[in-house]
Design a protein around this ligand. Structure first.
Ligand SMILES: Nc1ncnc2c1ncn2[C@@H]1O[C@H](COP(=O)(O)OP(=O)(O)OP(=O)(O)O)[C@@H](O)[C@H]1O
Length: 258
């Protein structure tokens, strides 16, 4: 990797020499990155370059995949998340994830948001407040406050995605991973999620995988460009888009390949 942001003081997430194999196939090659807190980091690159694989390493989602082997170190808030004493369920509470396709549970709007806090032992009397707060933070409260008991699957795709964000916020993570959160949404819903993401960075550290260059340029503070499992370039978004150091970065963001 070329010069980028090498030494962030107290990064929220620090990745050192991360390598990952699916069976014989190496999907991540020696990736190092430091992600500052309360920032948005966009990960871009052509299909199959390892963006989703990388983001899944940050909350150990790859643990769930057979024949997946990981080497290297991922530290979040100073703690090695692959250390022997780490509880992956607890980790995923702190490092929430929102997926490409909105995936509400087949239950009411209220129960979708209350689900996580209930599992983690929230007091029943606190649940109404937690649910309302999460729905407000995800900018959907005004649209659903009068029908909290109706099925989440009745909501539009954009509303479902904001509900999924509310569900993630309800367990009070510090970091949120977004894996192409708007690729299934129309342009208006996309802009709403983008505005929401920028709002959320006040309180959270956000990492977002996106195929949408305008989105990365619009909302992120830092951008990492991946190519065939390698992090080719990582730096401030403005620098990556206006003055990339690597020719392959420039080719990608100007649409010459990918
Ligand atoms: N569970 C798996 N088993 C085997 N190979 C996998 C698995 N998941 C991903 N891969 C392979 O790892 C490589 C990286 O995939 P990944 O999904 O991380 O790329 P990506 O950059 O997120 O792609 P896209 O933009 O298309 O979502 C690809 O070659 C993919 O086929």
């Amino acid at each position: 990797m070329t010069e980028g942001i090498q030494n962030v003081s107290q990064p929220q997430i620090k990745i050192d020499n991360l390598n990952l194999w699916y069976g014989e196939k190496q999907a991540l090659k020696n990736v190092s990155m430091q992600i500052p807190r309360n920032s948005i980091t966009a990960l871009i690159g052509p299909s199959g370059c390892g963006k989703s694989t990388f983001i899944r390493c940050l909350n150990r989602m790859n643990d769930l995949i057979n024949n997946c082997r990981i080497e290297g170190k991922v530290t979040i808030e100073g703690k090695d998340i692959y250390g022997p004493d780490v509880d992956a369920v607890e980790l995923r509470k702190n490092v929430g994830m929102v997926f490409q396709k909105p995936n509400p549970f087949p239950m009411s709007i209220y129960d979708n948001v209350a689900y996580g806090p209930r599992i983690h032992g929230a007091d029943k009397k606190d649940l109404d407040g937690i649910v309302e707060q999460a729905l407000r933070s995800a900018a959907i409260w005004n649209e659903v406050s009068d029908r909290l008991k109706s099925p989440a699957l009745y909501l539009s795709g954009g509303q479902q995605q904001r509900l999924c964000i509310a569900r993630t916020l309800a367990v009070k993570p510090k970091t949120i991973l977004f894996d192409e959160p708007t690729s299934a949404l129309d342009p208006i819903s996309t802009l709403r999620i983008e505005d929401l993401t920028m709002e959320l960075k006040k309180d959270y550290t956000i990492v977002i995988v996106t195929h949408n260059m305008q989105q990365a340029a619009r909302i992120s503070d830092y951008t990492g460009f991946f190519l065939m499992g390698e992090l080719i370039e990582f730096g401030q978004t403005r620098q990556i888009f206006q003055n990339p150091r690597e020719k392959s970065t420039e080719d990608y963001i100007t649409g010459r390949f990918g």
